[in-house]
Design a protein around this ligand. Structure first.
Ligand SMILES: NC(=O)c1ccc[n+]([C@@H]2O[C@H](COP(=O)([O-])OP(=O)(O)OC[C@H]3O[C@@H](n4cnc5c(N)ncnc54)[C@H](OP(=O)(O)O)[C@@H]3O)[C@@H](O)[C@H]2O)c1
Length: 345
């Protein structure tokens, strides 16, 4: 699905390679990318002999206060001008939403630019089509940040699938709902007198930047289903659309449900699972809240952390664990895609 690097990263007269980036979106993840790029600048020069240059940052409102300070002359609201700029090597799409983002990704690929995105909504619906456009134009579409934030789950699935048969994947793939369930559960077990209701926990998750702009995407399980669609693509080579994933969210989970589970040495987690149906041979996938024994690894996956268990025929079970949401962990995954481009040159 990933194609070879077509346009060589530009070389300057001093032989320092230059990679020109168009950054679309300067919110939670976009500002994180800006900060990580800034921190890693010297390391990229040393490791890859490459200079990463942000050519423009496209936003909706150029006057809005930002979480990171970038030179004002880089900020633009003219998406069309930036996406069609022929000097751009890599488009990083971090605006979220579906149709405008899909259009940007498509236009970037058709303009023979590599595209990096964190947008699981678009990928869940259009991954095969966009991957085909990338292949047709000899550029790469990369999306490590779309699932499990900074944890390299897609890379692990690709590697394992190249040498084994993956039987099931299951895990906690939505950091914000896990944060909410953890906070509700802690308020019952730590007995500090602060009962975190569902609404309190949602407000705190929002304050920390864990929730999607449209929080119902997280709470309804839709975000987890979109991620499971991308994961299923890499685990089984089959694209399962979100509408074909049985999805139940956490909106109906009350403190009483969690209390009852705890009294029975369990807790409640939003679990995404996919496996191949032995009869039909087709991948089947579901997202729903489940009672998990307190001794299980998933019960110890707290706050915005994610965990994915992969069960393969020969390798047996393996688990990946780490921060699945937030500005810098997600930005780190975006940067890992940039590094992959630099390495492939
Ligand atoms: N937040 C996370 O922890 C996380 C984790 C994994 C993946 N993701 C994914 O990363 C992407 C970005 O998420 P985020 O949390 O960074 O979102 P965000 O904080 O809402 O930021 C979105 C940014 O995109 C800009 N934007 C929106 N529509 C635009 C348009 N039509 N043209 C130009 N700019 C536009 C906004 O501009 P203004 O600022 O001017 O409004 C804002 O800067 C989403 O696909 C999300 O699913 C997020």
């Amino acid at each position: 699905m990933r194609t070879t690097l077509a346009s060589p990263v530009r070389a300057t007269t001093t032989q320092l390679r230059k990679l020109r980036i168009a950054l679309f979106g300067f919110g939670v993840v976009g500002t994180g990318v800006w900060k990580v790029l800034h921190d890693q600048r010297a390391a990229f020069r040393k490791q890859f002999n490459a200079e990463i240059e942000v050519a423009g940052i496209c936003v909706r409102d150029a006057e809005k206060p930002r979480l990171a300070s970038a030179p004002q002359e880089l900020i633009t609201t003219q998406a069309e001008k930036l996406i069609d700029d022929d000097s751009i090597d890599v488009v990083i799409e971090l605006i979220g939403g579906r149709y405008e983002a899909a259009n940007l990704i498509e236009r970037g690929l058709e303009g023979r630019k590599h595209v990096i995105t964190a947008n699981k909504l678009v990928l869940a619906h259009e991954l095969p089509r966009l991957a085909a456009i990338a292949a047709r134009h000899g550029v790469e579409l990369r999306y490590s940040a779309s699932v499990c934030g900074g944890v390299p789950v897609l890379e692990a699935l690709d590697e394992l699938r190249s040498r084994d048969t993956i039987r099931t994947i299951s895990g906690i793939v939505n950091g914000s709902t896990n944060f909410i369930l953890t906070m509700m559960s802690d308020s019952l077990t730590q007995r500090e007198g602060t009962i975190a209701s569902f609404d309190d926990a949602v407000a705190e998750a929002r304050r920390r930047g864990f929730l999607e702009a449209d929080a119902s995407l997280d709470l309804s399980g839709a975000d987890a289903a979109q991620k499971l669609s991308v994961l299923t693509h890499h685990a089984f080579g089959e694209h399962v659309r979100p509408n074909d994933i049985l999805t139940e969210g956490i909106e109906q989970i009350s403190s009483n449900d969690i209390r009852a589970a705890l009294e029975d040495s369990h807790t409640i987690k939003l679990i995404a699972t996919a496996s191949r149906d032995p009869l039909s041979g087709k991948a089947k996938a579901a997202v729903r809240p489940q009672r998990v024994p307190l001794t299980h690894l998933f019960a110890h996956t707290r706050d915005e952390f994610n965990a994915l268990e992969i069960e393969a025929q020969h390798a047996g079970p393996q688990v990946l664990y780490g921060k699945g949401a937030g500005s810098l962990p997600t930005a780190s995954a975006v940067i890992s895609d940039l590094v992959a481009l630099l390495k492939e040159e």
